[in-house]
Structures are given as C-alpha cells and as structure tokens.
Design a protein around this ligand. Structure first.
Ligand SMILES: NC(=O)c1ccc[n+]([C@@H]2O[C@H](COP(=O)([O-])OP(=O)(O)OC[C@H]3O[C@@H](n4cnc5c(N)ncnc54)[C@H](OP(=O)(O)O)[C@@H]3O)[C@@H](O)[C@H]2O)c1
Length: 93
C-alpha cells in the first residue's frame, strides 16, 4: 500500500495558490485539502504536527470530498520536486 512521504511537504505546499483556491471552494483548510487529495488517491497519509489544533484539523477530512476537476487541478501541480530522497532510488543507507 502506498504511503505519502512528507504529505504536507513540510508545510510548504500549504502556501500554494491552487491549493488555497480549492480550499476556499470546499470551505476547508489547505492541509485538509492535501490530506483529502491523498485519500481520494487511495494513499495512506500520516501528517505530522505537534500542534493540538492542527492534529484535530488534520483528522477532520471525512466530511467532504473533492470533485474530479479539483483532484485533476491538484494532480497537475506535480513538478517532480522532492524535499527528501527519491523512494524509487533510495538504497536504505
Ligand atoms: N518514516 C517516513 O516515511 C518519513 C517520511 C518523511 C518524513 N518523516 C519524518 O516525519 C517528520 C515530519 O516530516 P514532514 O515535516 O516532512 O511532515 P509533513 O506532515 O509533510 O509536515 C509537517 C509540518 O507541517 C506542519 N503542519 C501540520 N499540520 C498542519 C496544518 N494543519 N496547518 C499548517 N501546518 C501544519 C507541521 O507544523 P507543527 O508540527 O509545528 O504543527 C510541520 O511543520 C520528520 O521528523 C521526518 O523526518 C518520516
């Protein structure tokens, strides 16, 4: 089962204009949109936060869905940019 690695891109993706536009459309936060996008793709997502209000925010993603058009907009943000090692190439040491 695929798991998202740094699902929030260490919070960098939360500043993205498209992510914020979709968040406004669905009345959710950028983090909730990104977490939901992972879920819509069947990807296991474990966001990290030390902030209680954010932990609560991050679990509240089961009362809405993204449309196919919104998912496609988010899919199209891919730039093959990474903030960690490429799992396909990482040797484990
Ligand atoms: N085992 C693995 O597969 C694996 C893979 C990648 C990373 N990691 C480890 O997991 C840890 C976290 O990695 P990451 O930073 O890349 O994870 P991440 O989940 O992509 O991002 C976490 C960052 O987002 C912030 N954040 C979380 N929820 C938020 C929300 N609702 N609104 C705004 N900001 C929010 C957190 O801030 P606060 O905590 O300050 O709230 C933190 O700065 C690291 O220790 C890393 O080494 C493990």
């Amino acid at each position: 089962h695929m798991e998202s690695w740094s699902p929030l891109m260490n919070a960098q993706i939360l500043e993205d204009e498209t992510v914020n536009a979709v968040a406004n459309e669905v009345g959710k936060t950028p983090a909730q949109v990104i977490i939901r996008w992972n879920i819509e793709h069947g990807v296991v997502v474990i966001p990290k936060s030390v902030t209680p209000s954010r932990i609560e925010e991050n679990i509240n993603v089961f009362d809405f869905a993204l449309t196919a058009a919104q998912i496609e907009k988010l899919d199209n943000l891919n730039e093959e940019r990474r903030i960690g090692p490429d799992p396909a190439k990482y040797s484990g040491h």
